[in-house]
Design a protein around this ligand. Structure first.
Ligand code: CUA
Length: 323
């Protein structure tokens, strides 16, 4: 449903209320103006037996159609300024501050320097595309851009602000209840503008903590020296010749592994061999023993002996980052 009929946060609701008030007033004005026009056109038209009289000036009427619109415009200005003040009130009662950086054509989110977001390399969680916030809490968004002007807008949560290169801008969002809210960059910023989406996921405290934990673990995977080493092994050893990982390798013989950890089918289609660390280790060590006749051989090291456990584990640790 469009946001004015389905606002999901206090800011969006406040803006929607004014939207409907203005919409209602516009309908009333339209009805009065068009109604008067039609009535006057019919009643006072020149016709046989009726001569249209010429008027000049009517103080009362002119006063009404000057004063009423003036009062309307003034009240709407006051109400709009109240909303603007609310949009700009980023600091009172704020539960969390997240930095959102616009870049052609993706938003990335830097979570607060809070122990819960701390990664193993001492930095704090940074993620793109999906923004996770606690439901029912006010979240301040600090906007920046590294290239051109972008604009952050999640209609059902309200407010909209530009991210301008070289200038800090701020806004806030709040979701009444858990849910997923779609947003979009709404300042034309180049060919990928239409794809510069924002997905806000609001969660209750338990789900938020669980997500926090999983996201930090996932990010830490990339800080694991074994992962970096495994990636190097994967791209320099035989693996790369047969397997595609989007953006990394282009082998065509074996199955693509870009999202191996998300696949629902077992490894190599072998029943019972679900995708997990233990099974991946077995598979990389000796695939033919699990699926006889398979093209993937048992690999050896440079000296001709079997691959050592550390190398296999590093490769598997790297595979585990492919979700
Ligand atoms: Cu970024 Cu449009």
């Amino acid at each position: 449903m469009p946001w004015p009929v389905d606002p999901q946060g206090p800011l969006a609701r406040s803006i929607a209320d004014l939207y409907w008030l203005m919409f209602g007033a516009a309908i009333v004005v339209l009805a009065i103006v068009v109604g008067a026009l039609v009535v006057a056109g019919i009643r006072f038209r020149e016709r046989p037996g009726h001569q249209a009289r010429q008027y000049h000036g009517n103080n009362l009427l002119e006063l009404i159609w000057t004063v009423v619109p003036t009062l309307m415009v003034i009240s709407f200005s006051v109400l709009s300024f109240q909303r603007l003040t609310l949009v700009n009130d980023v600091d009172s009662g704020t539960a969390m501050t997240i930095k959102a950086e616009g870049k052609q054509w993706v938003w990335s989110f830097q979570y607060p320097s809070d122990p819960a977001f701390k990664l193993s390399d001492g930095t704090y969680l940074k993620a793109a595309e999906e923004l996770h916030i606690p439901a029912g809490q006010k979240v301040k968004i600090e906007l920046s851009s590294v290239d051109v002007i972008h604009s952050f807008y999640v209609p059902k949560l309200g407010g909209q602000k530009d991210a301008v290169p070289g200038r800090a801008t701020e806004m806030w969002i709040q979701a009444d209840r858990p849910g997923t809210y779609a947003g979009q960059c709404i300042e034309f910023c180049g060919t990928g503008h239409a794809d510069m989406l924002i997905t806000v996921v609001a969660q209750n405290p338990a789900d938020y903590a669980a997500w926090q934990d999983a996201a930090v673990k996932q990010a830490n995977l990339f800080n694991d020296p074994a992962v970096a080493q495994g990636k190097q092994f994967f791209t320099t050893l035989a693996c790369a010749g047969c397997h595609t990982i989007q953006g990394l390798t282009g082998g065509k013989v074996g199955p693509e592994l870009t999202h191996i950890m998300s696949q629902k089918t077992p490894i190599g289609g072998v029943a019972g061999l679900d995708v997990n660390e233990a099974n991946l280790i077995k598979w990389v060590s000796n695939a033919p023993s699990l699926k006889p006749g398979i093209a993937m051989p048992v690999f050896s090291n440079k000296a001709g002996g079997p691959l050592d456990d550390a190398t296999i584990l590093a490769i598997v640790k790297f595979l585990e980052t492919l979700k």
